[in-house]
Design a protein around this ligand. Structure first.
Ligand code: NAD
Length: 489
């Protein structure tokens, strides 16, 4: 076993610190099993140390009362540090999560832009005044930092998933404790160091890494702590519900970014080539390990056969390979457990649908040690089946044919989730009717995952969660409103 792998401590009160118990855990590459890093294995006691540091930094530290320009400078410098160290952070992500390097570099760049965006909002945030209701009074609406925020995050966007909460929290003047997933904690620990180098005062950002079981204990500790004012969580619906229950202890603010089973709807008049190419990436991006995945394809019967032929061709053109290789488009799944889960769903799919492409793990010897699943498409899936209702979190697509717009809207809405969705048509009327008809937090028209507009609110309806990240509203999630009524005498 390599002894070269780096070792990372917890980040508490502005410095690297081992877990009080001295315990550590390891993370191995899901591509070839090499040792990626050794991490401090924090427990409840360490979680409490982190919360105390953040509480102290909020109650008596300079950060919540620092001038907006100071917060702007620290966030801007952090963006610069991330860009300057993009290769280091991306390499960490590739090693720990198997994410292809092109995607990892894209994630680092997006995280840096997120810091820049909230640096700008830190400078421009304003409350409001009400002068017009009563000549003898003045009303003020002040925006104040919410307090200590706990961030509990998943592994699939190990940097951006933290930054989209952290950047607005810091811009608002909050202090923070974070618990990244045990499956890819390195980027969050590196980020803490860059924030320190950018001038963030000690105690404002604290990171507790911990292995799987303790991770849930640390997350629960944060969620239940009476010293924490807000918890922002990304992960599965079941864990999110456990966080929400624990958070009731002191009625803390809760934001949950949970799972999805989003419908990508393709009408007969869709821009065919773009729709087929994007329908593939909609469910294979990040090897399908994305909350917004378009994992249900609602396909109009008029173009059904031709579209599936094109989709299968795009699927077979995907390059599964070493995530360090720039040509790789799909890396391995995050873990053996996730591989087994996805393969179980593929077996379910064989009974619930008609296999179009994929289905078997690749027999390429170069991929044998990795947790690879090729793009897998099942046609003629009933929307009530498990394949259409349950989040798989792998590159598996359920194709559900439809005939009418009303039917497509009803099928899309027939889901416990409501995170995202897509609609492909040249008819503006159809597109807008569908957008309005579907109960999800995000819709794409003639695109999927992005139409090139950043910093728009992200979050779900129904079981997909509560609260929003990104955009102006992302900052407001970390602010309390205080109204002041002044009577003139
Ligand atoms: P997970 O729920 O297992 O873990 C998420 C985080 O919560 C981890 O840090 C984990 O240690 C912690 N945790 C686990 N149990 C906990 C508990 N009882 N109390 C407190 N914390 C706990 O999820 P995962 O496997 O890491 O991530 C995959 C899930 O995340 C998928 O369902 C996916 O859809 C969802 N996700 C959602 C979004 C979104 O923005 N909506 C984004 C990414 C991922």
């Amino acid at each position: 076993m390599s002894t070269q792998a780096p070792q990372y401590d917890l980040w508490l009160d502005g410095a690297d610190r081992p877990a009080a118990s001295g315990a550590t855990f390891t993370r191995h590459s899901p591509f070839d099993g090499t040792l990626a890093a050794v991490f401090a294995d924090g427990d409840e006691g360490d979680a409490e140390r982190a919360v105390d540091a953040a509480r102290q930094a909020f109650d008596s530290g300079p950060w919540p009362n620092s001038p907006a320009r100071r917060r702007f400078e620290v966030l801007t410098e952090t963006a610069r540090q991330l860009n300057a160290n993009a290769d280091t952070v991306a390499e960490r992500m590739v090693l720990e999560s198997g994410k292809p390097v092109s995607l990892a570099l894209g994630e680092v760049a997006a995280a840096a832009r997120c810091f820049e965006y909230y640096a700008g909002l830190a400078l421009s945030a304003e409350g409001s005044a009400i002068n017009e209701r009563n000549p003898n009074a003045l009303g003020l609406v002040l925006r104040e930092p919410i307090g200590v925020a706990a961030l509990i995050t998943a592994w699939n966007f190990p940097l951006l998933g933290v930054v989209c909460k952290l950047a607005p929290a810091l811009a608002a003047g909050c202090t923070v404790v974070a618990k990244p997933s045990h499956l890819c904690p390195g980027p969050a620990v590196l980020l803490a160091r860059y924030l320190g180098a950018a001038g963030l005062p000690g105690g404002v950002f604290n990171v507790v890494t911990s292995q799987r079981e303790r991770g849930a204990v640390v997350g629960q500790h944060f969620a239940a702590s009476l010293k924490v004012d807000k918890v922002a969580f990304t992960g599965s619906t079941a864990s999110g519900q456990a966080v929400m229950r624990a958070a009731a202890a002191n009625t803390k603010r809760v934001a949950l970014e949970l799972g999805g089973k989003s419908a990508n709807i393709v009408f007969g008049d869709a821009p065919f080539d773009d729709a087929a190419r994007t329908a593939l990436t909609a469910f294979t991006f990040n090897s399908g390990q994305q909350c917004s995945a378009g994992s249900r394809l609602l396909l109009h019967r008029d173009i059904h056969d031709e579209f599936l032929t094109a989709l299968a061709e795009h699927a077979q053109a995907q390059v599964l390979g070493d995530p360090r290789d720039a040509a790789t488009t799909m890396g391995p799944l995050i873990s053996e457990q996730q591989l087994e889960r996805v393969l179980r769903y593929i077996e379910v799919g064989r009974t619930e649908g008609k296999l179009v492409t994929g289905g078997d793990v690749p027999d390429d010897p170069a991929l044998k040690q990795g947790y690879f699943v090729p793009p897998t498409v099942f046609d003629e899936v009933d929307n009530s089946s498990r394949l259409a209702q349950e989040e798989i979190f792998g590159p598996v697509l359920a194709v559900i044919p439809f005939d009418t717009e009303e039917e497509a809207i009803a099928l899309a809405n027939d889901s416990a989730y409501g995170l995202a969705g897509g609609v492909w048509t040249r008819s503006l009327d159809t597109a807008i009717r569908v957008v309005k008809g579907i109960r999800t937090g995000k819709m794409f028209v003639n695109s999927y995952n992005t139409a090139g507009i950043e910093d728009m609110p992200h979050g779900g309806y129904k079981d997909s969660g509560t609260g929003r990240e990104f955009g102006q509203v992302g900052l407001e999630e970390f602010q309390e409103l205080k109204t002041v009524q002044i009577l003139l005498r």
